[in-house]
Design a protein around this ligand. Structure first.
Ligand code: FAD
Length: 389
């Protein structure tokens, strides 16, 4: 893409985000499913942001105000102290820093050392000093991994660390990225996101992912509050050739960009064939945008293969469905199909690639090496595209 065009699409940035308002938010999963994945519609009509399908949105979240309040008490300060951030030299109140700029989840060694020095509880101070002096660095590492910033200060019985010292020592709160789930042609002035709420336990207490809780619980409707910016794709988009077939593998929130792809292809009247592999826990309850996909299947000829892992005793995932349809999948690739994978990087992307290699061996008669070469050439020619996280 030409430089000036790219610049136009990215006027807003991490340091200069657009404040979007939330038009709509609803849970795509049923209450019984024990999962919460939200559809969000953001208003960008006045922003001038022009995105392409395959792009992501960066969100600069805010921490939970209750956590910021708790920290102020533990540090024994009011929150109106003026501080300056190291990174961008911004001057702001300490309370504001804790809300918008501080990573309150990860504790680094420098911050821990300062807390050890200034801890109010004598016993905790001794313990912390011991950990700092221990010959095995894993002890300290494990301790820090199990604690967020407020847990540590609480354990220290409070700590007289100066606000500016806190600012200098804590790590910055980083933006989170979300695949765009809409096409501007279908939804002018809007950007849609699909956000899976992250929840976990730490020290026996329930905890929430910073950005997913911010987006699913703390952002009010119709207030220009959510700081966003565009993260343009680097090739992960629909084929230029509108006749080229697309195979999309997107379990869970990995399906988000493919909703955008299908909307775009429909809007431009692309005639290429489309095939979606989707998977999640249960058909009833976690089939994200199920009605849309069923409609695309019955009215637009979308080929649809579903893998719901918890609907039967043995776990079935998208790679199993790929293997079942291996012959046809291989034929599509031979016809010039583009293969897209989006979603979990840890296991899914690896398992999908293993299934692909197996299909090439079984249905393409390739040796392991030939199958790997084939995948390499798909990648090189931009026909095997992944957006995994
Ligand atoms: C290119 C890209 C596209 C993406 N697209 C999407 C998308 O479309 N939809 C989507 O939902 N997500 C998407 N993500 C992921 C998203 O950016 C966030 O990473 C995700 O929403 C979690 O953010 P969070 O702030 O809520 O969680 P965080 O607060 O960052 O926590 C993240 C994880 O850390 C764990 N964790 C943190 N601290 C501890 C601890 N002390 N002990 C144990 N576990 C801990 C939690 O279990 C959690 O899984 C994408 C990521 C990338 C890079």
């Amino acid at each position: 893409m030409p430089e000036d065009q790219l610049k136009q699409r990215t006027v807003y940035s991490k340091t200069n985000p657009y404040r979007a308002s939330l038009i709509e938010r609803y849970n795509l999963c049923s209450r019984e499913s024990n999962k919460e994945t939200y559809h969000l519609t953001l208003d960008i009509a006045e922003s001038g942001i022009s995105y392409e399908v395959g792009d992501c949105i960066g969100v600069a979240p805010a921490n939970d105000p209750k956590i910021a309040e708790k920290l102020l008490k533990l540090f024994g300060v009011q929150g109106d102290e003026s501080v300056v951030t190291k990174r961008d030299g911004e001057s702001l109140a300490f309370h504001e820093f804790l809300l918008r700029k501080a990573n309150l989840v990860q504790v680094n060694k420098k911050f821990f050392s300062k807390v050890a020095e200034k801890a109010h509880c004598k016993k905790a101070k001794e313990r912390f000093m011991e950990m700092l002096g221990a010959s095995d660095p894993d002890l300290l590492k494990a301790h820090l991994e199990e604690r967020h910033v407020p847990d540590l200060i609480e354990e220290a019985g409070g700590a007289s660390v100066e606000p500016q010292e806190v600012v200098d020592l804590l790590m910055p709160l980083m933006p989170r990225f979300y695949s765009i789930a809409s096409s501007l042609r279908t939804h002018p002035g809007e950007v849609h996101l699909t956000v899976a709420k992250v929840s976990y336990e730490l020290l026996g207490q329930p905890r929430g992912g910073v950005c997913t809780h911010y987006l699913s619980e703390r952002t009010p409707l119709k207030q220009p509050e959510i700081p966003i910016f565009l993260q343009p794709h680097s090739g992960f988009t629909i084929p230029k050739d509108s006749m080229a077939p697309m195979i999309m593998i997107g379990p869970g929130t990995g399906v988000a960009p493919f909703r955008a792809f299908m909307q775009e292809r429909q809007a431009i009247g692309a005639k290429g064939k489309n095939w979606l592999f989707f998977g999640d826990w249960y058909q009833d309850g976690t089939f994200l945008y199920g009605d849309y996909w069923r409609q695309m299947h019955s009215k637009e000829g979308l080929k649809l293969d579903l893998a719901f892992s918890r609907d039967q005793e043995s776990k079935i995932y998208v790679q199993h469905r790929m293997l079942e349809k291996g012959k046809e999948l291989h034929a599509w690739l031979q016809e010039g199909a583009y293969l897209y994978v989006c979603g979990d990087a840890k296991r899914m992307a690896r398992d999908v690639e293993a299934a692909l290699l197996q299909i090439l061996a079984e249905h393409g008669g390739m040796t392991d090496e030939e199958a790997k070469d084939y995948v390499r050439s798909l990648r090189k020619t931009g026909r095997y595209l992944r957006d995994v996280y």
